[in-house]
Design a protein around this ligand. Sequence first.
Ligand SMILES: NC(=O)c1ccc[n+]([C@@H]2O[C@H](COP(=O)([O-])OP(=O)(O)OC[C@H]3O[C@@H](n4cnc5c(N)ncnc54)[C@H](OP(=O)(O)O)[C@@H]3O)[C@@H](O)[C@H]2O)c1
Length: 179
Amino acid sequence: MLNIIVAIDSEGGIGQENCNTKNGLPWNIKEDLQYFKNLTENNIIIMGRKTADKFKKPLPNRMNCVISSNKEYRCGEGFIIYSTLEECLKDINVSDYYKLEKPLVFIIGGAKLIEESMNFNYLIDKIYLTIIKKNFNCDIKLSGLITDFILERCNLVEKIEKFDKDSNLEYYNEIYSII
Ligand SMILES: NC(=O)c1ccc[n+]([C@@H]2O[C@H](COP(=O)([O-])OP(=O)(O)OC[C@H]3O[C@@H](n4cnc5c(N)ncnc54)[C@H](OP(=O)(O)O)[C@@H]3O)[C@@H](O)[C@H]2O)c1
């Protein structure tokens, strides 16, 4: 039922605490943003509270779920807030939207929420990893739990090497499925 989609740099970095770019990412690869959009549009995305804070507005044409342990937490209209990932997944599972439309469910980050999703690794179907071949000196990094999970429990089913002319960045789009 669950998919994970995340972009990392050459050191496993996913973000910078003080990054103020529009999409919250230290890099800007238009084609990879389009790849993310194509996969997640008309589906369900689940994000950690800090990622939602960076986005400010929900991403269009997707059900935007946010996980925060803070019961007082409020974010922009269009986000659906849950106290735990478990609560969110249960709610999705019983919703008519999920039953009728059969959307895909994506955990889209950040690092903390992806780490939490390892508690539900038996639900994971695919992992979409973009690996950028440059060190962005990120202070937020993907947990070793998921890299271990990929090494031990996943098969690489697709790997496409890409080059973005605008940013002069080489990167890979990799897709893993569970063994
Ligand atoms: N490279 C990429 O593909 C990518 C993707 C997404 C995000 N990012 C970047 O990643 C950074 C944010 O990542 P992050 O790891 O610092 O934060 P995060 O995972 O986005 O959010 C962490 C917060 O989510 C809530 N949370 C997570 N798991 C929870 C659980 N099981 N139960 C209850 N609440 C839970 C907590 O919120 P409360 O503190 O409110 O309880 C926690 O502080 C940003 O810079 C963002 O731009 C990068």
